[in-house]
Design a protein around this ligand. Structure first.
Ligand code: FAD
Length: 285
């Protein structure tokens, strides 16, 4: 099924994210993670495309596994580290495996860029559009992409992606829902009307926090910083608090009418299960 169709179904949709292993011998473990998360019946599952393009085959492999479990797969694809020929072969492979959804991304600047690489996700969106009937999504950044010179230029980038054929956006993680609500007003004012999936990261280990901030540029509210400081040396308590914080964010989003939520589950079926259980009556599962 196309993700755009799922996002427009009028129900609350919760999706989960996986990342593929770097090496072949870890693939069966990753497939087991797919099966465990799929058993929670998320609305769809996305599979990241590793830095450097090194794990491209596994993104297709894991996306197939997601579909085999009866869940819609969203395969990520990045264009900075992968040349056009390879991109086309992956697009053909996704098509052959009846994977209908691609999250088209540029990739991070720190990655090895291939000569002649596309400069932006919008170029990749146009390429995918020419080569199949995919539902294409893109990334957006409630706190502004770190390379954007202003909020206005950030919105210009999103407009170009929407005009190129992007049918939905998934947000970078955020820890303060007000940041997301303000972003949604900015999109509305700019006339960008494609659905937006709110990305929530359950932080279950305080050592993750600084890495997350440096990779994503997301701000950490004082309330969450206090939680991470308080439980820094108590892993079980931090896990419980991180799951509760993410659950609280999701409930506030749903109560405010945000129907589409993506959980950065980071290959942790137990974390995904705890959040789904916390939400079971709210999302009707
Ligand atoms: P772009 O859309 O190209 O935007 C990058 C910058 O260029 C922005 O400042 C934007 O405003 C500007 N811009 C955009 N289009 C244009 C244009 N046509 N002309 C001029 N300027 C433009 N990385 C991975 O390696 N693998 C993954 O699987 C992955 N998954 C992700 C999933 C999500 C939901 C998110 C939010 C990020 C993900 N990333 C992933 C990270 C992503 O690759 C980086 O954030 C990257 O720095 C930007 O990617 P983008 O697709 O947003 O780039």
């Amino acid at each position: 099924m196309k993700v755009a169709e799922i996002l427009g179904n009028g129900r609350v949709n919760v999706s989960c994210e996986l990342f593929p292993p770097k090496v072949w011998d870890k693939l069966s473990g990753a497939k087991q993670v797919v099966r465990e998360i799929a058993a929670l019946k998320p609305s769809f599952m996305s599979v990241t495309y590793g830095a450097g393009g090194g794990t491209s085959e596994y993104t297709v492999d894991l996306s197939r596994e997601v579909e085999d479990c009866g869940v819609t797969a969203l395969a990520h694809l990045t264009c900075l580290s992968t040349g056009e020929e390879k991109l086309l072969s992956i697009i053909e492979s996704l098509k052959a495996h009846k994977i209908e959804n691609i999250l088209a991304l540029r990739g991070d600047k720190g990655e090895l860029s291939v000569p002649g690489a596309f400069a932006h996700a919008s170029d990749l969106i146009s390429l995918i559009k020419q080569h199949g009937d995919f539902c294409i999504g893109g990334a957006c950044y409630p706190e502004c992409h770190p390379e954007s010179s202003s909020l206005a230029s950030d919105l210009d980038g999103l407009k170009i992606k929407a005009e190129s054929g992007c049918e939905f956006f998934t947000t970078q993680m955020f820890f303060d829902n007000n940041v997301f609500y303000k972003f949604m007003y900015r999109l509305l004012a700019a006339g960008i009307t494609v659905p937006v999936v709110a990305g929530i990261m359950p932080v279950t280990n305080s050592a993750q926090l600084d890495r997350i901030i440096s990779l994503s540029g997301s701000g950490i509210p004082l309330r969450f910083r206090a939680i991470a400081d308080k439980f820094a040396n108590d892993p079980a308590a931090m896990k419980q608090a991180g799951i509760a914080y993410a659950t609280d964010q999701i409930i506030d989003l749903i109560a405010s009418g945000v129907n589409n939520i993506h959980i950065y589950t980071m290959n942790k079926p137990d974390v995904a299960e705890s959040i789904m259980t916390n939400l079971s009556d709210i999302i009707g599962k």
